[in-house]
Design a protein around this ligand. Structure first.
Ligand SMILES: [Zn+2]
Length: 75
């Protein structure tokens, strides 16, 4: 199998030419591998739009960032 074949970031399977896919932040996913929402949430900071987000409930920092990118809990 060619190394140049792009793989779905979600299931690690390659794509067929007629697979339905979505592009998210320059990564390709099968459409069936992700949950799509017709409209996202739009984050605003001091009246300036930051961008769309799907984290309407918010995520814990450790879930979305790597170690060292957030403050550790002081035990
Ligand atoms: Zn997939």
């Amino acid at each position: 199998m060619s190394e140049s074949l792009k793989k779905c970031e979600a299931c690690d399977e390659t794509f067929s030419w007629n697979d339905e896919v979505v592009l998210v932040n320059d990564e390709v996913y099968h459409k069936d591998c992700v949950s799509l929402y017709p409209t996202g949430y739009f984050a605003m900071l001091d009246g300036e739009p930051l961008g769309e987000t799907e984290n309407d409930d918010g995520s814990s920092a450790y879930e979305v960032m790597h170690e060292g990118e957030y403050e550790e809990e002081s035990a």
